[in-house]
Design a protein around this ligand. Structure first.
Ligand code: E4P
Length: 217
């Protein structure tokens, strides 16, 4: 599973990118609104750093989504246009694909929606694990079913496990067959921490220092 950051905070994403394991970022209108910044600037800065930057349209009709998607894609070749799973969104997928624009269909809550989006031509589908859990179902199961169906029918669409809320979601998404997990920075920092790593390192370093002191004296 490749690892993306789910955020529009460019400084935070830069810090994580320096660690060497991040290959993309996903944003959404709420995350961009929270940043208080000009959306195009955010997308450009992120696309200069990462191979995949999902930028979401806010128009609600297919024609508007298409126009907005084309404009977003013109910012940088690494921009992937994010379109909501609605009938108008599906129409927009076809139009954007015909122009060679990569598309991520978002707000996916069932394997059926994922299959339909894939057949409409989506390059990526984003099932929302946490929000599915919130309504009493298993988000990870939707990822697992989707991965199985895509494999059975040899579909090239990639699954981006989204709405990852905690470290267990991350590893469960990987086990369920997600191609990509998009993870909020706070969850990534938690994944980087393990008490046994800290304890182990402390012991290695103190043994080393003791041996140096003994040799010296
Ligand atoms: C996906 O691309 C969305 O940006 C995101 O994962 C939504 O997560 P949330 O349900 O925690 O808001």
């Amino acid at each position: 599973m490749r690892i993306f950051v789910d955020s529009a905070d460019v400084e935070e994403i830069k810090k994580l990118h320096e660690l060497g394991f991040i290959s993309g970022a996903t944003t959404n209108p709420s995350l961009v609104a929270k940043s208080g910044r000009e959306p195009r600037e955010i997308y450009r800065e992120l696309a200069e750093m990462l191979d995949h930057v999902s930028a979401e349209v806010v128009a609600e009709d297919a024609e508007g989504m298409y126009r907005e998607g084309k404009e977003l894609a013109s910012i940088h070749p690494n921009i992937v246009v994010k379109v909501p799973f609605t009938p108008e969104g599906l129409k927009a997928v076809g139009k954007l694909k015909a122009d060679g624009v990569r598309v991520n269909v978002t707000l996916i809550f069932s394997a059926a929606q994922a299959l339909i989006a894939a057949r409409a031509g989506a390059d990526f589908v984003s099932p929302f694990i946490g929000r599915i859990d919130d309504i009493g179902y298993s988000g990870v199961e939707i990822v697992r079913e989707t991965a199985k169906i895509f494999m059975l029918y040899d579909l090239p669409t990639e699954i981006i496990a989204a709405s990852i809320r905690h470290p267990a979601h991350f590893i469960e998404a990987a086990r369920a067959g997600a191609h990509i997990g998009t993870v909020p920075p706070a969850v990534i920092w938690k994944l980087l921490k393990h008490p046994l790593t800290d304890i182990g390192l402390e012991k290695f370093l103190s043994d080393w220092r003791k041996a140096q002191e003994n040799r010296a004296g």
